[in-house]
Ligand binder design. Structure first.
Ligand SMILES: Cc1cc2nc3c(=O)[nH]c(=O)nc-3n(C[C@H](O)[C@H](O)[C@H](O)COP(=O)(O)OP(=O)(O)OC[C@H]3O[C@@H](n4cnc5c(N)ncnc54)[C@H](O)[C@@H]3O)c2cc1C
Length: 428
């Protein structure tokens, strides 16, 4: 009997973990992936499609089952209901058709990669007055609004408050740096949307950056990118005419007329594009593997501190702050190496290299331009790089093309080539 690895979630971190585990462990393990949908949602490029008036569901969807099948990984389409780490079992309901009976699956190793709930339902007035770009439904809703209903009024773009949880309190990074606390889950998207929205306004003869106010719950927007990088970004944005509101604390409600913030400020806006709190799924709360919010507690090798056969990767992990696919990508490799070590397929010194998170973000700016950030200073690392131009835009599009072509398997040289192109050539 081969050890059974069950991976919960099949988007970036789930698919990536399954593929990396197969690569490092060979056929020494049996692998099953469970997800409630049978396709990968390529989230980071949704807004780029929307601002070009293209339906993102036509270009940013990839079949998970066939990608996994290439690696001999079984796929179950089902709604995960509960995890019991003591019994080593997961309860689920197959959801291909309504009416399926609840079932269970047992595991030797569990990888929790279920992401989070993007809690728009916690923002009062969002359904009536809000827009966003984190899935195909909302992307298309925004696309139709821009094409048919937008009258040229002011625009607000920003985030709700994030609740980090206590799962990071004992983690030290980059040789001893205390784990920082974030007030927003992921502020690359609002920065990207504000810049590409301004390009859209220009292209459609509806104005420019001075119509847009970007707001953050924190003292500094996208603070995890490093103060130097954000300082440069804010300098550029300010000189272009964008309005900036910091220390908003949270979104209290959206109304027809704008956004009301928890610090008492009101931002007038016809169009409100917001990003919510990233909240763990209900079935993750109160588990012995979870922190006080429901994020999975791990050490820097992505192993749960109480249950050594349980791992987490991607947004579901407490250590993934900010909630960035790039950080999840590095975690998939670490999870795979840890399981390979247990299988006797990898030496401890190679497998035990700790996670060193990097904020690696390429954001669309419209007009075939993008910004590129590679920074680890917030975590205690030495780097803070920001570049802008056409090359980062090409890299963003190339990354997506390569991802689809290779069914999620990104070659190592992909990242190195990006660094070379965006940092060295652009700087030259
Ligand atoms: C607008 C936006 C833009 C972004 N841009 C970038 C970017 O440029 N670069 C970057 O690095 N990151 C970016 N991110 C962050 C990135 O999208 C996430 O970090 C990444 O998607 C996390 O991957 P994941 O696999 O952990 O979680 P997810 O992508 O959320 O996947 C979780 C999976 O689990 C499944 N699942 C959840 N609950 C259940 C259940 N009960 N039963 C069965 N299946 C379940 C879901 O169906 C889903 O497939 C962006 C995020 C947003 C919202």
């Amino acid at each position: 009997m081969k050890p059974h690895v069950v991976v919960l979630g099949g988007n970036f971190a789930g698919l990536g973990s399954a593929q990396k585990i197969r690569e490092t462990c060979g056929d020494s393990v049996r692998i099953t992936v469970i997800d409630s949908k049978n396709y990968l949602l390529f989230i980071p490029n949704i807004s780029a499609e929307v601002f070009e008036n293209r339906d993102p569901s036509k270009t940013l969807k990839m079949d998970i089952a066939s990608a996994l099948d290439e690696d001999g990984v079984e796929f179950l389409q089902a709604e995960i209901k509960a995890i019991d780490p003591d019994k080593k079992q997961v309860d689920f309901i197959p959801n291909e058709r309504p009416g399926s009976a609840p079932d269970t699956i047992t595991y030797d190793y569990l990888v929790v990669a279920v992401g989070n709930r993007l809690a728009y339902d916690k923002i009062e007035g969002f359904a009536e007055h809000g827009h966003t770009g984190s899935d195909f439904y909302y992307g298309n809703k925004l696309r139709h609004f821009l094409a048919n209903d937008y009258k040229g009024g002011p625009i607000a773009v920003g985030s709700a408050r994030f609740h980090q949880g206590d799962g990071t309190k004992d983690i030290k990074l980059y040789g001893g740096h205390a784990f920082p606390t974030a007030e927003a889950a992921c502020e690359g998207p609002p920065v990207e949307v504000m810049l590409s929205m301004a390009s859209w306004l220009g292209r459609h003869g509806k104005g420019g950056p001075n119509k847009i106010t970007v707001f953050t719950p924190a003292n500094l927007i996208a603070e995890d990118a490093g103060e130097e990088v954000v300082g440069k970004l804010l300098g550029i944005a300010g000189s272009m005419g964008f309005n900036y509101v910091n220390n908003g604390k949270d979104i209290t409600r959206l109304t027809k007329d704008g956004v009301e913030l928890a610090n008492g400020k009101k931002i007038e806006a016809e169009l409100k594009i917001v990003f919510p709190d990233w909240v763990p799924h209900d079935f993750m709360k109160g588990l012995p593997i979870s922190d006080n919010e429901g994020f999975v507690v791990t050490d820097v090798t992505m192993r749960n501190t109480k249950y050594p056969n349980v791992f987490a990767a991607g947004d579901a992990a407490a250590i993934t702050v900010p909630k960035l696919g790039g950080i999840g990508h590095a975690q998939c490799e670490i999870v795979a190496k840890q399981i390979a070590k247990d299988m006797g397929k990898m030496a401890a010194d190679e497998a035990d290299k700790p996670l060193e998170p990097v904020v690696y973000c390429i954001g669309d700016m419209g007009n075939n331009m993008a910004f590129y950030i590679r920074s680890n200073s917030w975590f205690g690392g030495p780097d803070q790089i920001l570049t802008m131009g056409h090359i980062p835009f090409l890299l963003k599009m190339q990354y997506k093309n390569l991802f689809f072509k290779n069914k999620g398997k990104m070659p190592e040289w992909g990242l190195n080539a990006s660094i070379l192109l965006a940092e060295k050539l652009l700087a030259a």
